[in-house]
Design a protein around this ligand. Structure first.
Ligand code: URA
Length: 210
């Protein structure tokens, strides 16, 4: 494994992943499970955020605490499946900004088509956290990082629920500075680019369009 990669290793994550993979899990349950995993991924990915000291008065005594400047974070869900991860991320960092990356890859030219991009204009000094449930071939992950990088963030992290070794390798070779956080790494991709055993099409399962 590479040191760019953090895989959540916890019995409860295994439990949630198992429920998520199950084809009998309803879209309602699926969304709730994606939300929980996104919170946990976000928790790991924000470990190194800087804090400033703040004193508050408890009912008992003054206490020295710390605060995070949440405006220094920008979540970037890749449409559409990445939207399923947004609630969980915002649950943890409610005052982060949110940009949207709408993109697909032209099947003939294999070039990325960015059909919708709405990012905060000011990225200076802010970190970008890209959200996409499935890191499969790595093609759209690399395209999304390229787009985010063009706005000049201080750093970029990539959060996904499930990943394949091919996608991890592609993204980490293209962008060695981008840290990847995932809840599980599966065996491989099938001929259609689906992660195996995977969980199917994450967007379809989140939005009930199966
Ligand atoms: N995208 C998905 O939604 N599922 C996969 O298995 C691969 C890419």
């Amino acid at each position: 494994m590479n040191d760019q990669l953090t895989v959540l290793s916890h019995p409860l994550v295994g439990h949630i992943m198992t429920e998520l993979r199950d084809q009998n899990t309803s879209p309602h349950q699926f969304r709730a499970l994606v939300r929980k995993l996104s919170m946990l991924l976000c928790y790991e990915a924000t470990r190194d955020l800087p804090t400033v000291e703040k004193q508050v008065i408890t009912p008992v005594a003054p206490a020295q605490g710390v605060m995070v400047d949440q405006s220094k974070l920008v979540f970037l869900p890749i449409l559409r499946a990445g939207l399923g991860m947004l609630d969980g991320a915002l649950e943890l960092v409610p005052d982060a900004s949110v940009g949207h990356l709408g993109m697909y890859r032209d099947e003939e030219t294999l070039t990325p088509v960015h059909y919708y991009t709405k990012l905060p204009p000011q990225f200076e000094g802010r970190g970008a956290v890209i959200l996409d449930p499935m890191l499969a071939t790595g093609g759209s992950a690399v395209d999304a990082v390229e787009k985010a990088a063009s706005y000049g963030p201080a750093w970029i992290k990539f959060l996904c629920i499930l990943s394949a070794p091919q996608g991890i390798e592609k993204l980490s070779k293209a962008y060695p500075d981008v840290k990847i956080y995932t809840a599980a790494v599966d065996q491989c991709l099938n001929d259609h680019g689906y992660i195996v055993p995977g969980l199917g099409d994450a967007g379809d399962r989140i939005f009930g369009t199966v």
